[in-house]
Design a protein around this ligand. Sequence first.
Ligand code: AMP
Length: 210
Amino acid sequence: MKLILLGAPGAGKGTQAERLCKTLEIPTISTGNILRAAIKNGTPTGLKAKSFMDAGKLVPDEVIIGIITERLAEEDCRNGYILDGVPRTIAQAEAMEQAGIVFDAVVSIEIADEAIMERMSGRRVCESCGASYHLVAVPPKQEGVCDSCGGRLVQRKDDAPETVKNRLEVYHKETEPLKAFYKERGLLKPVENQKGVEDTTQAILRALGR
Ligand code: AMP
């Protein structure tokens, strides 16, 4: 199963990807997590990406295309994967298509902008493994500590309200056109965000015929 998760920042792509990859037994590839790790490790890619990310802008397509084609060529991606946060532009989608990367389905998580703004203030991520939590909806077992790896939970710099607004604008302008792109290819499966995390996971699995 080769799957793309589309949706606005804060729609729950990361949370759903973590759950789906356990059920479907395939890895999740998140360009956001790869870039945050690169920044933390001070790599050349990280240095290039940091200012864009801090401002809530997209990292240039050529950087992303390089990262993703390299990652998808790794052994653990042989039986499929879930892409979280990539492609984010038509250029990225076209580059993947040209590289011969084909998908089985593109799930678009649908949620209103107002709900996103409210949700982002409670989001926390693990600074070690990138797992995401929410103070109310998905709390960790122990406050401030990641359930999976014991890492410290922090608020992302780009989750500040002004930056979230920018990211939503960028989403509508640059990423939302991907829905039409994949609809034309018969792959798009829109899924309404549900109240509970588990309900949304179930809705996605139903849309995938699982
Ligand atoms: P995310 O964790 O998916 O919300 O991504 C956080 C930030 O990383 C985004 O706001 C962008 O600056 C950058 N980023 C992640 N994935 C991409 C992508 N596919 N294309 C461009 N920028 C990206």
